[in-house]
Design a protein. Structure first.
Length: 135
């Protein structure tokens, strides 16, 4: 293969672009990384990944980064359980569901409280969603 066929341009110096460039360079392939951010603000990026999947960790290991990154990370348990939140949800359900069960046959409950409760749940869910995504 000619040298021209062995040259690669990687667009973006994020985690994927840099790992790809390093892996290609380790294979003897000439790589040029192009990044829109300059030297003055490149390190100000906020990382978006909170965790790494096993395949990503295997990639890090194959390019020699895993041993450096592993001591800085937190190993998440296989199963995570927030006992306080789960118990709170069970208590609320145990208190509210019997009341709803008794009121389900009352016309006023069906026509007034069900739509109002549905709107309230939708608004609270929307607020939660916005908080999780943008803040």
């Amino acid at each position: 293969m000619s040298d021209a066929a062995q040259r690669v341009i990687v667009i973006g110096a994020g985690p994927v672009g840099l790992c790809l460039a390093l892996r290609l360079a380790q294979q003897g392939i000439s790589v040029c990384v192009v990044e829109a951010l300059g030297e003055d603000n490149f390190l100000e990026q906020v990382p978006r990944a909170g965790t790494n999947h096993p395949a990503t960790l295997e990639l890090f290991d194959s390019i020699g980064l895993y041993d450096r990154l592993a001591p800085r990370g937190i190993v998440a348990p296989l199963v995570s359980f927030n006992l306080g939140v789960e118990l709170g949800q069970i208590v609320v359900a145990a208190l509210v569901l019997p009341v709803i069960w008794k009121l389900r046959t009352k016309p006023a409950f069906i026509h007034r409280w069900v739509p109002a409760s549905s709107i309230l749940v939708a608004l609270l869910g929307g607020y939660w969603f916005v908080q999780r995504i943008w803040f």
